[in-house]
Design a binder for this molecule. Sequence first.
Ligand SMILES: *Cc1c(COP(=O)(O)O)cnc(C)c1O
Length: 406
Amino acid sequence: MFKRREILKHLTALPLVGGVTTLVTGPLQAKSLLSPARDYFKELGVRTFINAAGTYTSMTGSLMLDEVKEAIMYATQDYVILDDLQDKVGERIASLVKCEAATVTSGAASAITLGTAGVLTGMDEVKAGQLPHLKGTGMKTEVIMQKAHDIPYAHALKNCGVNVIFVETAAELEKAINKETAMMFFVNANNFDGKIQVEEFVKIAKKHNIPTMNDCAADVPPVENLWKYTQMGFDLVCFSGGKGLRGPQSAGLLLGKKEYVAAARLSAAPRGNTVGRGMKVNKEEILGILAALEYYLSKDHEQEWKMWENQIAHIQSAVKDIDGLKSTVDVPPIANHVPTLNISWETNKVKISGDGVKEELRNGHPSIEIAGGGENSVSITTWMLVPGQERIVAKRLGEALTKASV
Ligand SMILES: *Cc1c(COP(=O)(O)O)cnc(C)c1O
């Protein structure tokens, strides 16, 4: 199903200077299937850069793989009925990630809104047309979440008109559940920040028969997360398509129970009188995310991890001997779970701020974006690099910090 041989032919082990071994995937192939005749970004005067920061919407997410671009190009050539395509792709995705049902959304935030809408309306199109107004409609009005999970993206719930009720402890949670409770919302990345952790959260919801949603937007790798949380018992799970999966940036996945995924579709395009009409995905995104997911499931994750470790080690080696500077390689436990180089320094020995280093890398040629910043630290990931770019990042970062050290 994954055409493993096809995919492997795009993978080549490449030894690099400094003993760094790297893996060449789609985007580095010199002649991609799409080499546009116009240099639009240059023409427009829009800066392009090497992304050593990570998957940020503000930085346009990730680079789509050639497999994804091929699927998108394919999709441009024919008309289909949008609902037919969502039906079939949803079935395929559900079987790939071992859940009951799936649908393609325009991102994880859209999956949150559409999933919430589905839980509120059930299979009632009149109710879908009434959202985001809940009063007097017979729909429930409250979603419960932990205070420690209150991230900006939780606004996606409020698009459906619900009141978000915040709790801290399991006892508070059980007390907060009432006849207006439509759903319990969990942010996977914040699991260890809250007092109620993921399994206990599901257990409490089951006890009270309340539907649950888990926002796992940035939570691949590891690949198992694609089925871990639906199998744990979450009714709905949301993923971004344009982060670790490297599908279209305007795509996401809503996974879970058939009854809720089907109901969520009532609030999605092509239906017009809905909260989700502005979150349209077309055949291009739908096939694009399918191709990205199939590729992701078939790839050698261990090999990719080793490549990231080697890239990070190469960058670390360019700065680690600087006096007064400390560098560590950390892996966030959930979300953006990739080797991350954290660098900090004593500003009396390295006379530049973290923001200063970021500025310098941004303003140089080629421009480079890194994460962190502030007074005396920066951080770097390599998963969004085109393999080979780690050498440029190492050199430029080494120069910036060495020059500032006294
Ligand atoms: C990125 C992110 C989102 C939004 O995802 P999109 O796919 O950009 O809509 C939501 N929740 C969390 C935790 C995220 O990291």
